[in-house]
Each structure stands twice: as structure tokens, then as C-alpha cells.
Write a protein that binds this ligand. Structure first.
Ligand SMILES: NC(=O)c1ccc[n+]([C@@H]2O[C@H](COP(=O)([O-])OP(=O)(O)OC[C@H]3O[C@@H](n4cnc5c(N)ncnc54)[C@H](O)[C@@H]3O)[C@@H](O)[C@H]2O)c1
Length: 386
């Protein structure tokens, strides 16, 4: 196996976990160095026994010290655009975290760059694409056994500690994170578009900040067993102290409906403070129905005209990070892609489309209107066509 010399821009928790997963699945890797003003991921790398390499002043100094076999970008979302452009100019293969970028204008600009012949390989960390259960969801939808896809409903509900982390971390601010939905569920909308086999035609959405708000007087600061609430995780770069009294301007819950160009209808419900955690996709076709429980890592499927017990697949892996082995699966996919053995399961274009879908949903929520997505796709297609 090749030895990989890696440069990291934004050595936060996420990239540290991805590097740990890469090591776990057998990568021969060396982190040559990192550019990060306060690398939150250092303790995670230390636990994984990975040396973080030299601390560079910034990404320009890091990239000037190549060559690198891979540049990994794990900065907050508002920096992805600049970091991607700097890494494109350096020309080494790039793994960048999702969402690929934060705004529509950044999306079109990246699309135009990717259309140029000089862009290096780019792999986006839409990690759900690598999960065995998600591969099966896609395969079953593609196989035709569900018939024509008619409608889907889906959820992403987070427990209070996770929601409170988002309310204290940089994700709480639109100018850093984009939005609650963009940061958290661009994964899901990537898969919905893939299994619908179509892009959204129209979207509508409602959301708000009604959980983590300062005027609430009914907030218990402990759980029923007396343990402290809302404070378990270090909020990291630009973190705020208190989930209820921060300068958060993103929604803490949101619902959306989508009509895809081919007629498929979708409803989505997301809440960041629930006691019954859920991430679930319910996919209904003319000939069959499929239910994927992404928290419990279980899939259920049955033909519409079959009254016997449904087929159930239990993917045994469940891990505390809720990724259920996805990081390791993605690490295997990334290595295979770099070695030219097979394509990475998600393309940059998929990532741009998933991001734009959620941005359109956020626009609908912000303006209180139904958004027609066709101008957005026309701009993306024209940018991608060069
Ligand atoms: N694919 C997934 O499942 C998944 C999960 C979590 C996070 N993410 C993504 O990973 C990225 C990082 O998230 P995280 O949870 O690791 O956040 P984090 O706060 O743990 O890490 C962000 C890091 O970026 C650093 N940073 C800030 N300014 C910088 C700059 N100018 N140059 C370089 N580094 C800078 C911070 O110091 C911090 O170390 C985000 O884009 C997020 O959406 C993806």
C-alpha cells in the first residue's frame, strides 16, 4: 500500500475522527502538518496515536510545503470556499467536509472551477453514502422493486445535548455554519435526490428558534437523575457558554416539503431537542415500501401486495458517535478512490446539488414563500458546463 503524506486545513473534531478511522482501516498515513488557529481535534488525534505534524501559520504556508498525497479540509463551513480555492490552486487531491460550501454564489463559483480542466480530484465527506445501510437503500430503490417512487417522509431529531452543542458551537451562526439544516441534513437531501432520481422543482419550509431562546423560564438545568444538562461537550472554535443565551441566529427546528421534478413528494421534520432520537427515511413506491432507521441501523422492506412479515436487515454496527461505522467505510472508499480502484460514492456535483437543495429550503423558510428551484438548477448547469 502507498504511504500518504497528508496536509490538514482545519484540524477540528471531524477531521481528527476521519483520520482516526483512516488509520483504523489500514491507511499508511503521515499528517505532515496542519493549518488551524486552535486545533480542536488534537486530543482525538492523540487518542488515535496520530502525530498532528507541524503547525503551520496558515493554509498558504502549509500548501507551499508539499507535495501532499491528500489535503483534508475540516474548517467551519464559511471557510470551505476559500480553503477549497487555495487547495485547488495547489493541485493536490482534496478531501473536504460537507457542506461543500455555504451559499448559492459559492456553489456556482465552485461549479465553474470544477468545470475547468485543471481541478484536482475532490472528495466530499457525505459520509452516509458509504454506510452499508444507505448503499442498500440506494440499491433497493434502483432495483425497481419499490416500483415507481411516489412519496417519502423523513426525520432528523437530535437529543438535547446534541442540540445544545449546536446552539453553542460555531454552527449557531448563519455566517459561519449556514443553517441548521445545511450543516446537519445535507447528507439526507443528498440521498433523497439520489433515490428520487430527480432534482427538487419546488420547496417550502417553516422553522424557527423556539427551543434555545433566552426568554424561556422553564428550562431545567439537570436531568431527572441530577446530572448536568446542556454542558457536556466542549463547544470549540468561537464557542458560546450557554445554549440558551448565545447569539444563535439559526433555527433549532424546521420542517420542509419538496416536490421533485419527476413528481416525487417529500416531507421532512427536524428538531434539535427531543427525547426520542430519530433519523428515519420512509420511502413509498407503487410496488413496495422501505423504512430505514439510521439511528438503530435497521432496514425494513416489503412489497405492497405482500401480507407476510417484512424483510428486515439489521446492520449490527452501532457506535456512540451515531455514525455506525460510516467513517471507517468512507475511509475504505477514499483509499480505493485514490488508488484508482473504484469511484468515490459521491461526486462533487452531487454535493453541490444537495447543498443547493437545502439552501432553497432555507430561502423558502426565510421568505415564507414556495421557492421555484428551476433558476437555481439552470445556473448550476451552466456553471458546470463551463
Ligand atoms: N460528515 C460528517 O458527518 C460531519 C460531522 C461533523 C462535522 N462535519 C463537518 O466538518 C467540518 C468541521 O466541523 P467540526 O465538527 O470538526 O468542527 P470543529 O469546531 O470541531 O472544528 C473546526 C476547526 O476549524 C478550525 N478553524 C477555524 N478557523 C480556521 C481557519 N481560518 N483555518 C483553519 N482552521 C480553522 C477551528 O480552530 C477548529 O479546530 C464542518 O464543515 C462540519 O460541517 C461533518
Amino acid at each position: 500500500m502507498n504511504h500518504y503524506r497528508i496536509g490538514v486545513i482545519g484540524l477540528g473534531q471531524r477531521i481528527a475522527h476521519v483520520l482516526a478511522a483512516m488509520k483504523e482501516v489500514g491507511w499508511m498515513l503521515e499528517v505532515a502538518g496542519h493549518a488551524d488557529p486552535s486545533p480542536v481535534g488534537l486530543p482525538i488525534l492523540a487518542d488515535a496515536g496520530i502525530d498532528p505534524g507541524r503547525a503551520y501559520r496558515d493554509e498558504a504556508e502549509l500548501l507551499a510545503d508539499g507535495p501532499f498525497d491528500l489535503v483534508m479540509i475540516g474548517s467551519p463551513n464559511h471557510l470551505h470556499f476559500a480553503h477549497l480555492n487555495t487547495a485547488f490552486a495547489a493541485g493536490y487531491p482534496i478531501f473536504a467536509e460537507k457542506p461543500i460550501v455555504r451559499t448559492p454564489e459559492e456553489t456556482y463559483a465552485i461549479a465553474a472551477t470544477l468545470a475547468g480542466r485543471a481541478a484536482p480530484p475532490l472528495f466530499i465527506g457525505l459520509v452516509m453514502r458509504s454506510m452499508p445501510i444507505v448503499r442498500e437503500v440506494i440499491a433497493r430503490a434502483d432495483s425497481g422493486e419499490l416500483g415507481e417512487l411516489i412519496s417519502m417522509d423523513a426525520t432528523e431529531h437530535l437529543p438535547p445535548e446534541h442540540g445544545a452543542y449546536l446552539a453553542r458551537n460555531w454552527r449557531r451562526r448563519q455566517d459561519w455554519g449556514g443553517s441548521f439544516m445545511l450543516d446537519k441534513v445535507c447528507h439526507d437531501f443528498d440521498i433523497f435526490g439520489r433515490i428520487a432520481g430527480s432534482r427538487p422543482a419546488k420547496v417550502a419550509s417553516f422553522g424557527g428558534k423556539r427551543i434555545f431562546r433566552p426568554d424561556r423560564t422553564d428550562v431545567p438545568m439537570t436531568y431527572e437523575d441530577g446530572s448536568a444538562a446542556y454542558a457536556l461537550r466542549d463547544a470549540g472554535w468561537m464557542g458560546a457558554n450557554d445554549a440558551f443565551h448565545s447569539d444563535m441566529d439559526v433555527d433549532d427546528h424546521q420542517v420542509a416539503i419538496v416536490r421533485y421534478e419527476n413528481g416525487v413528494a417529500l416531507s421532512f421534520h427536524s428538531n434539535s431537542h427531543v427525547s426520542l432520537q430519530e433519523r428515519r427515511w420512509y420511502v413509498a413506491g407503487t410496488k413496495g415500501t422501505m423504512l430505514a432507521d439510521l439511528v438503530r441501523n435497521k432496514l425494513m422492506i416489503r412489497p405492497a401486495m405482500d401480507r407476510r412479515k417484512p424483510e428486515r436487515i439489521d446492520y449490527a454496527t452501532r457506535t456512540a458517535d451515531n455514525h455506525n461505522g460510516a467513517d471507517q467505510a468512507m475511509a475504505v472508499d477514499l483509499l480505493a478512490a485514490l488508488q484508482g480502484e473504484r469511484a468515490f460514492p459521491v461526486t462533487p456535483r452531487d454535493s453541490l446539488e444537495a447543498g443547493l437543495t437545502v439552501m432553497a429550503i432555507d430561502e423558502a423558510a426565510a421568505t415564507g414563500t414556495m421557492v421555484d428551484c428551476s433558476p437555481m438548477w439552470a445556473r448550476l448547469d451552466s456553471a458546470m458546463a463551463g
